[in-house]
Design a protein around this ligand. Sequence first.
Ligand SMILES: Nc1ncnc2c1ncn2[C@@H]1O[C@H](COP(=O)(O)OP(=O)(O)O)[C@@H](O)[C@H]1O
Ligand SMILES: [Mg+2]
Length: 256
Amino acid sequence: MTYALELKNLCKSFGRTEIIRGANLAVRPGERVAIIGPNGAGKSTLFNLVSGRLQPTSGEVHLNAQRIDGKKPHEINRLGLSRSFQITNIFPHLSVFENLRCAVLWSLGYRYTFLRFLSGLHDANARADQLLAQVGLAAKRDVQAVNLTYAEQRALEIGVTIAGGAQVILLDEPTAGMSTTETAHFIKLIREVTEGKTLLTVEHDMGVVFGLADRIAVVVYGEVIAFDTPEAIRANPRVQEAYLGSPVAEAQGGAH
Ligand SMILES: Nc1ncnc2c1ncn2[C@@H]1O[C@H](COP(=O)(O)OP(=O)(O)O)[C@@H](O)[C@H]1O
Ligand SMILES: [Mg+2]
C-alpha cells in the first residue's frame, strides 16, 4: 500500500526541549483524518514539519512514498501537499476573485515567465471562477478580501489552499473562532471541496471531529498515542486517560 502521507519516527527539538518525540502516522489516500490533542501537544508543529516550514531533528516524512523531509515548502506544495496558513496568505486589498486567481497562477508556476503567464491567464480565470463557486463566494467575487466577514475569509483561505489541486490538504483549526452555525456550514464546505482528497485537520470541536473523520489521531506530548476509527478512539482507555474530563469524555455522554 502506498500511503498518501507517512510520518516515521519523527522528532523535533527546539533548543534542548523535545517537542515531537517519535511520531508515527500512515494515512491512506482519500482518508479524512482529524488530529486531536491537548494544547501544546505538538499538532501545529507536526504540520510545520510535514509542510516543510520546519525541518525535523530526526525521522522521515513521505508523501506518496516520496521522501519530502528536508524539502522547501514550495517544493512540497508542488508535489501535491497544501496547507492552510490561516488568513495570512490572503491579500487583503485584492478582490476575492484576484486572490483565487493569484493562488491558481502561483500553483501553475506562471510567476516564473511572463509568456507562460499570458497563455495561462485564460485557464486561470476559469479555474478561479470555479473555485469561487466551490467555496460559496460567487456573490463576493469583486469584494476586497479585507471587507469579507471572518467566516468568508476562512472560506477564501480554503479556496486558496485547494487552488493548486493538491491531493493532500492540511487544515490547522479551520473552524477556530466560528459560531456553531458557521462551523456546521464550514465543515460541510470542507467536506465538499476535499471530496476524494486526503485531508488532515486539527480540530477542537469533538462533535465536528467525530462527524468528519474516518480516523482520529490523538497527539499527546509529541507522540501519536492512538490512531483509529472514531468508535475505537472513544473506547480507547489510553485516550480516555489523556482526556479525562475533557471534550472526548463529554462527547461520549458526560462520563467522567
Ligand atoms: N518555533 C518554536 N520554538 C520553540 N518552541 C516552540 C516553537 N513552536 C512550538 N513550540 C512549542 O512546542 C510545543 C507544541 O506547540 P504546538 O505544536 O503549537 O502545539 P499544538 O498545536 O498542539 O497546540 C509548545 O510547547 C510550543 O510552545
Ligand atoms: Mg496548534
